[in-house]
Design a protein around this ligand. Structure first.
Ligand code: MG
Ligand code: ZN
Length: 364
């Protein structure tokens, strides 16, 4: 089709106007953003937790929607591509962290928050170098490059890193190290952050401006065996980050919902989802006391093709479940929101909408 000059001019005007449309269309930019990710948490997982728990903190979030999860190259995403879409606002190939399919690095919402002088933090119950947290603070072509991710994270701008994964931060001479070199990344982090590697050390942490807690050699234990709960880590992260008057961005991951689903363990799925919901409670308590705080809860994908086939609301039991896969599925996942800008996440969106909108809200 041949474009007339008028059509071209109109197109240019529309593009120009679009670039001036704010992400909120209101003066309701959040001062703080807390982003909770339940890895693998679909609608059935939340339903099972609600049935057995009787009520959920998730119910305190007034805005709800659904997001797609497919990646650049697969209908069923993995946590690297899923996390990258949420963190950076663009899709990539499965396995890639904070990079486009052509391996160019992307800015994450954490990077954007730091550029605006916000304090930032990542809290997870897996290795801090694992795909979901790494999507916010590393750029690597393969999620399996844990040592490269650790090396990048040793230069982090984030004020808070809480999770597991000591094994990728200590030199190869240290027993249990998975590094192939003699880099002592914990010592490097200790130049800028208070660093603790034990539960006792964590409990003794006051409120430094910058802290790293790596609480296990690899992943942290399951929620029933954990010395420091996800809620306790979340509380400490809030204490530290809220000292920054410019505002803060905090990502908290319930990392192990996904793993219980890979194992097709319904009890474990419910346990980890309820544990994640406890952290949502801590965050919602804080957000309700601190107006201007946007809270988002979503998942990177659904895991297990989990379905609930019988149970009793009165008895708070689930009596028949089914997993259609030991892997992830391609269904949309829920997104819940509270606070200024929450309405932007209502309805059906692509997963990239989340990262894009969070960046826009911080820059606004
Ligand atoms: Mg994860
Ligand atoms: Zn998974």
């Amino acid at each position: 089709m041949k474009h007339s000059k008028t059509t071209l001019l109109l197109s240019a005007l529309v593009l120009l106007a679009a670039s001036f449309i704010s992400c909120t269309n209101k003066n309701t930019s959040p001062k703080n953003i807390i982003f909770l990710i339940g890895d693998g948490m679909g609608v059935a997982h939340i339903t099972a937790a609600l049935t057995t728990g009787g009520s959920l903190n998730l119910e305190r979030m007034p805005v709800g929607g659904l997001i797609t999860t497919y990646s650049s190259n697969e209908y069923v995403t993995d946590s690297a591509a899923g996390g990258t879409a949420l963190a950076c606002g663009e899709k990539t190939n499965n396995g890639m962290v904070g990079m486009r399919p052509d391996t160019t690095a992307m800015e994450s919402v954490l990077d954007v928050a730091e550029s605006m002088n916000w304090a930032t933090g990542l809290v997870a119950t897996c290795k801090i170098t694992h795909a979901t947290p790494a999507s916010f603070d590393a750029n690597v072509p393969s999620r399996n490059n844990y040592n490269d991710i650790a090396k990048q994270m040793a230069d982090t701008k984030a004020e808070v890193l809480f999770g597991g994964g000591i094994e990728n931060f200590v030199p190869s001479r240290v027993p249990g190290s998975r590094r192939k070199d003699e880099l002592d990344l914990l010592a490097k982090l200790a130049e800028t952050h208070q660093v603790v590697t034990t539960a006792e050390g964590f409990n003794a942490l006051a409120t430094p401006l910058r802290a790293v807690a790596l609480l296990d050699s690899g992943h942290i234990a399951t929620s029933d065996k954990r010395e420091i709960s996800l809620s306790a880590m979340s509380t400490k992260a809030l204490d530290i980050l809220s000292q920054d008057k410019d505002g803060f961005f905090l990502m908290i991951e319930g990392s192990q919902i996904d793993w219980e689903c890979h194992d097709n363990n319904s009890e474990g799925t419910i346990r980890e989802t309820l544990d994640f919901d406890d952290a949502v409670g801590v965050i919602m308590d804080w957000a309700e006391q601190h107006p201007g705080t946007l809270v988002i809860v979503t998942a990177d994908h659904e895991t297990g093709g989990y379905s609930l086939l019988d149970g009793s609301v009165a008895d708070k039991t689930i009596t028949k479940t089914h997993y259609s896969t030991g892997n992830h599925s391609g269904v949309m996942v829920p997104i819940l929101a509270y606070g200024p800008g929450a309405e932007l996440f209502g309805g059906i969106h692509d997963n990239t909408h989340v990262g894009k909108t969070l960046k826009c809200l911080i820059l606004e």
